[in-house]
Design a protein around this ligand. Structure first.
Ligand SMILES: Nc1ncnc2c1ncn2[C@@H]1O[C@H](COP(=O)(O)OP(=O)(O)O)[C@@H](O)[C@H]1O
Ligand SMILES: N[C@@H](CC(=O)OP(=O)(O)O)C(=O)O
Length: 439
């Protein structure tokens, strides 16, 4: 039996947190592959080590002194080493990194990856597990995508199934050894790749909350957790902003049906959440509510557009030519709305609108900005025939206007658009209506 256990930065921020990790690892001998992020925040006001490294990189780029940041970064590791009485030569690692920064044009990905690398070295020392560099086993192809097959080969060659390992998350390397970072929060993905390639029986993701909560705790006070979710439910939630798990975590484990457990390092006996292909227990009506701000809607109005052959195709082709990802396309007979993240059209909105005007010749072309999308997720949403009515009435009572609504084909989720200014309130209203009132 093999359990891959990933610990996020929040589980690694101090000596006490390292001690909790050790207790968890030692309480189950199957936890033989440990993935760590970089040291996280001790206090709310602290920087995560990864943030410090990005800041150092920006200072280097702008040729500004980074001395204070460097001291802060180095001290976090020195403190851990001395408080835990470790032997890993962090002083040498820091000296070498400093020399590399000063002598060459050090790539940002390499510099930032040292957060995970040093943390994993300390953790390996502390647990008496072997350190394996992610650069040896997490492989990117020439397009910069993770190559699951190549990673699998390298992993099986490098790891001995009878031994125990600590591997840094968040980065890997191209076949030529050049370090490549994943997107923020990517250590979750490292854990999923290792689970998949090593065919683990379980993937545990240890964090600072007891599982997937039904809403972001920074918006809703003390939200309930969801004990069991499907891969699809969690994918929808994390894609739409539930930051407890990186949105790309699910695909490697889903193919092999590896159960994912989300657990709290600070309360290991809490049940947490388990994520499976299908529900084993009676599913909660609401798996969760998540959302993101900063979308916009480009609205195209043209009489009889639905009978104009290829109109939608022509419209989408224009967005494709601009390399713009589209989120939703609510349509009517004479109108279509194209919903996308505002960052997708940064610096190209005017030119895009000109192209749409020229090629589609619409009667009206308008843009609505500052839209938030909220996603209400649950495999069994459809069972509540009054659900949309309840949501609409609850929002109307607070004078929150709905800008758009979309439903996924399997009714796995309902997506609502509201103005950015109502984002948090809308989440609270929906949570109160669908979760609190149903208790
Ligand atoms: N729906 C949600 N369920 C659980 N946590 C959430 C949710 N939405 C946002 N979060 C936030 O995600 C945080 C955990 O993710 P993160 O800070 O990346 O932890 P880690 O450092 O362990 O990777 C929680 O502390 C919580 O504030
Ligand atoms: N340290 C990286 C990667 C990561 O996954 O971190 P965490 O597990 O603490 O969210 C980041 O901050 O983005």
């Amino acid at each position: 039996m093999l359990t891959v256990a990933k610990f996020g930065g929040s589980s690694l921020s101090s000596r006490q947190q390292f001690e909790k990790v050790k207790t968890i690892i030692n309480s189950d001998l199957n936890r033989r592959v440990v993935v760590v992020s970089a040291i996280g925040r001790k206090e709310k006001s602290d920087d995560k080590v990864t943030d410090l490294l990005y800041l150092i990189s920006a200072h280097i780029e702008h040729r500004v002194s980074y001395e204070e940041l460097w001291e802060n970064f180095s001290q976090r590791f020195r403190d851990l080493k001395s408080e835990l009485g470790l032997t890993y030569d962090i002083e040498l690692a820091l000296q070498e990194l400093r020399a590399e920064i000063e002598s060459e044009n050090l790539p940002e990905d390499y510099l930032v990856s040292r957060g995970e690398n040093f943390t994993a070295n300390l953790m390996a020392d502390y647990l008496s597990f072997e350190f394996v560099d992610a650069a040896e086993v997490i492989i990117f192809n020439s397009q910069g995508e993770i190559d699951l097959e190549a990673s699998g080969h390298h992993l099986l060659e490098r790891l001995d199934p009878t031994k125990k390992y600590v591997i840094p998350g968040f980065y890997g390397a191209f076949e030529n050894g050049t370090i490549r970072l994943m997107s923020r929060g990517g250590s979750d993905i490292t854990g999923a790749i290792l689970s998949s390639c090593l065919q683990a029986n379980k993937y545990e993701n240890w964090t600072d909350v007891s599982g997937v909560l039904k809403a972001d705790p920074s918006i809703v006070e003390n939200p309930m957790s969801t004990a069991e979710l499907t891969y699809d439910e969690l994918s929808e939630l994390s894609y739409m902003g539930a930051s407890v798990l990186h949105e790309e975590t699910i695909y490697p484990i889903r193919a092999l049906d590896i159960p994912l457990f989300i657990k709290n390092t600070n309360a290991p006996n809490d049940e947490g959440s388990v994520i499976l292909r299908r529900h084993k227990k009676t599913p909660d009506l609401i798996a969760g509510i998540s959302g993101k701000k900063n979308y916009l809607s480009i609205n195209i109005i043209k009489g009889q557009m639905s009978s104009e052959k290829g109109f939608l195709q022509k419209t989408l082709k224009i967005f494709q030519d601009y390399s713009i990802n589209i989120e939703h396309i609510p349509t009517g007979i004479n109108q279509v709305g194209i919903i996308l993240e505002a960052k997708e059209v940064e610096n190209k909105l005017l030119s895009l609108l000109e192209s749409l005007q020229e090629e589609l010749k619409p009667e009206e072309l308008t843009v609505r900005e500052q839209i938030s999308l909220l996603s209400i997720v649950g495999e069994v949403l459809i069972k509540d025939s009054h659900l949309t009515e309840r949501i609409f009435s609850a929002l109307a009572r607070k004078n929150i206007e709905i800008e758009m609504i979309a439903q996924s084909p399997r009714s796995l989720n309902i997506i609502l658009g509201v103005q950015d200014q109502f984002y948090q309130e809308a989440i609270r209203v929906i949570y109160d209506e669908l979760v609190s009132k149903s208790l």
